[in-house]
Design a protein around this ligand. Structure first.
Ligand SMILES: [Ca+2]
Ligand SMILES: [Ca+2]
Length: 133
């Protein structure tokens, strides 16, 4: 009886843990759903950049096409050494800065992020967000 209770508690804790961990950052499936415009199950650099530039525009309240560095969520540039000269980044610079991020997670260098590569990418974003808060 005691044994059973322990098992049940452990299972509950495991469930609670995964629900919490899954909450704040996109899963690989969510990233795919949002970015994979041609629905081929992979994310090309074009698709990734377009998705991120749309979010750039959403944050760019005054619409002047530049963001100050602090406005950019750290997980956007997961793993990248973002260099922001002058403390501002233009749309074009932002788009270019994503290439090293994409390349880093494109493990087989075929120019597409497949599901396994997106999983790694989602994991890095999550780690980045955890480190930033
Ligand atoms: Ca695609
Ligand atoms: Ca790839």
């Amino acid at each position: 009886m005691k044994q059973l209770t322990h098992v049940a508690t452990a299972a509950l804790l495991a469930l609670a843990g995964s629900a919490l961990a899954g909450e704040p950052v996109d899963t690989a499936a969510q990233l795919l759903e949002r970015m994979d415009r041609n629905v081929d199950g992979k994310i090309s650099f074009e698709e990734y950049r377009n998705a991120m530039v749309r979010r750039f525009d959403a944050i760019d309240g005054d619409g002047d096409g530049t963001l100050v560095a602090q406005e950019i969520p750290p997980e956007w540039l997961a793993g990248a050494q973002a260099r922001v000269p002058g403390g501002k980044v233009s749309r074009a610079e932002f788009g270019d800065s994503l290439q090293p991020v994409f390349d880093r997670f494109d493990a087989d260098k075929d120019g597409q992020l497949d599901v396994a590569e997106i999983e790694a990418f989602a994991g890095a974003r999550k780690a980045q967000e955890g480190a930033g808060s």
